[in-house]
Design a protein around this ligand. Sequence first.
Ligand SMILES: Cc1cc2nc3c(=O)[nH]c(=O)nc-3n(C[C@H](O)[C@H](O)[C@H](O)COP(=O)(O)OP(=O)(O)OC[C@H]3O[C@@H](n4cnc5c(N)ncnc54)[C@H](O)[C@@H]3O)c2cc1C
Length: 399
Amino acid sequence: MDFSLNEQQRGWQMEARRFAEEEIRPISLERDRIADPAATIDWDIIRKGSRLGFRTAAVPREWGGHGIDFVTQAVVIAELARGDSAIAKTFSQCWKWCHLIADRCTPEQRDRFLKPFLADDTYLLGGGITEPNAGSDNRLPPPDDPRSGLRLRAEREGDEWILNGEKCFIANANVGKLFFAFTRTNAAAAVGNGTSIFAVPIDTPGVRVGKVFNKSGWRFYQNAELIFDNARVPHANLLGEVNSGLKGHGGKNARFGELEYAANAVGVCDAAVEMATQCARTARRGGRLLAEQQLVQLKLSEMHMYTEALRSYVMRLAAESDADRAQPAPHGHFLMNFSSDAIQRVCYANLAIHTYAGGAAMHSGADKLVRDAIIWTHIAGDSAQRMKSLQGLLKAQPA
Ligand SMILES: Cc1cc2nc3c(=O)[nH]c(=O)nc-3n(C[C@H](O)[C@H](O)[C@H](O)COP(=O)(O)OP(=O)(O)OC[C@H]3O[C@@H](n4cnc5c(N)ncnc54)[C@H](O)[C@@H]3O)c2cc1C
């Protein structure tokens, strides 16, 4: 497979690299140090990135965005994440919901939701599936048991739906303007058959933001509770059919989530390799540079190996998505799990190569990469649950 970038893809990559080096890196540790989790976002960097197209990059050109393909999306995320993983995610989180808009909205809804998003450099998007008692069990419910999965209720009243319940850990919840809420519209059915999605502007009466979570990593990225107390949402904001919310729509955009996290992990691994190499080339132990010690060389080799293997896997899945080729079902999940293993190994090795003061001390830099890497353990379900999709591969292959 040829992974060389064309001129346009290279242009986006270079712009993202420049932005990461000149604008993101200088503020990364400073934002990480802020104690109040609700105060870490920097609107100036969001505005600057938005003006360069990083907020709206995934919206097709004919709808007013930049229409970059999946390979470019992966490359841009990796470059931004090399500067700061959480800042990169704040931009790409908007792409995720733009993909949902592209897949599920009518042309009228698309215009209505995209217009304000495209017009305002600080307009962020979010979406809520997770609830205090429903995280990975939205994805891995006992298949026929209506008791598992999300409980946020939506009941129809004329031309409106009344939403009651609570979401937690919702990205951008305290800073975003439009959210896609996954609601239970049939409590008697299993979650896969009883869920509907509504677009909910944050200023909808009855919607309020609860606590902002104080995370160890990705501190720039905001996660908060969203509380719905008789929130009235117009029927016109229902996406697709009632009860179709969690039914796979099979489009290539549905594969974006795993690609997004894995591409972000590539950028973090690049930053860790760079940091470890710099340290090994300058720090001396036992009268020799660390880079001359065989055990350190082994660690550096392993870091390179995981980083390059992950980059290749990301590029392959991105290229296959662009070609709209059918991929064996579990590869998105395997990619996500591999990215989780790779980022945690690579960032931990970087920390180990540093001295305590340069590595493990709070806000020294290497510690931040490890704290950011821990996030992969708890996003979009969990690694053990994703391994279940191996069943898809077993079914696809003759015994
Ligand atoms: C930084 C960050 C950003 C996030 N952003 C969003 C967001 O924007 N929107 C959103 O909706 N959510 C978001 N989440 C939530 C995320 O999707 C959940 O944390 C994730 O799905 C795991 O759910 P949980 O934390 O409730 O863990 P749980 O589901 O409670 O899992 C805990 C443990 O129990 C195991 N387990 C759970 N169910 C089963 C089962 N049926 N069988 C066997 N084992 C099981 C799991 O494997 C895991 O080890 C975010 C999380 C983080 C960390």
